[in-house]
Ligand binder design. Sequence first.
Ligand SMILES: Cc1cc2nc3c(=O)[nH]c(=O)nc-3n(C[C@H](O)[C@H](O)[C@H](O)COP(=O)(O)OP(=O)(O)OC[C@H]3O[C@@H](n4cnc5c(N)ncnc54)[C@H](O)[C@@H]3O)c2cc1C
Length: 294
Amino acid sequence: MTAALYTARANLSPLVLTGIMPGGLLTTTNVVENFPGFPEGIDGYELMTRLQKQAERFGARVKFATVESVDLSGETLRLTADGGPVETRCLIVASGAGHRHLGLESERLLEKKGVTYCATCDGALPVFRNQPLVVVGGGDSACEEALYLTRFASEVHLVHRRDTLRASKIMAERVLGQPKVRPVWDSVVTEILDVGQDRVTGVRLRNVKTGEERLLECAGVFVAIGHVPNTQLFRGLLDMDEAGYLELKQGAQTNIPGVFAAGDCADRVYRQAITAAGAGCAAAIEAERYLASR
Ligand SMILES: Cc1cc2nc3c(=O)[nH]c(=O)nc-3n(C[C@H](O)[C@H](O)[C@H](O)COP(=O)(O)OP(=O)(O)OC[C@H]3O[C@@H](n4cnc5c(N)ncnc54)[C@H](O)[C@@H]3O)c2cc1C
């Protein structure tokens, strides 16, 4: 939407193809407290609706359609969206990234009711303050989430399926040296409780070595087992790393002239609304320069 705003203001008449989630991931969150300019916080859906209106005010066209295939071989880039052709001279990919899920039914039912995928986004919410929390994962992200949560939680249980962390040595030392962090080794979450109460009260754990099951009380579960960038469409066409994040040069350029990218689909580090917006601005400016140079 930021890319659309900038390209619209540059009189480029951008077309936004929204996919199945118009407004993107932020529309799934109630309150965004860290987007600059909203001291009281703002509902994620409202923020994205406002941003869309802002882009439309300058001529952006927004269409509810999903891109199913792309042909980036010629000067005219050809997309198929909801079965119909779309031709463009310039494409900005901003398809986002999804969180990898545990795959539990209880996880799905309690999402946003104590199950979350972003400590930076949700950790400071009142419901998690001075409460025991669970972080699932053993990589750098999980360690970062756990460390961040120690500011608010009474204790943070770091549940990992192995007996050592996969995170970098320095991060592992830091997290294990923090007194509020309690590692739970060799364990997987098999159920999040309590769907009946419609809120998180604990998790059921299974020790993968002994098979022993136990319950652990907590007010929140932060799942940090990785992300899946929505870039499958571009596999084999655009340069990407092994996880699927698009690899860019000079800020926003892909390996194909006229194709730019912005936001979570090309960001394995920050994945925040403000960084996605900033990258959208950069991609739009690059796109504008590219078109001017032709
Ligand atoms: C629950 C939750 C809470 C969050 N809270 C915060 C917060 O408080 N603060 C913060 O800064 N960040 C927060 N984030 C992170 C933030 O939402 C993301 O960093 C941001 O939305 C990334 O923007 P994006 O435009 O790159 O991708 P997304 O918002 O993921 O948007 C991707 C868009 O691409 C579309 N798309 C995908 N595939 C296709 C296709 N084939 N064809 C057409 N369209 C397609 C999707 O439908 C979607 O509209 C939160 C995330 C979650 C999940």
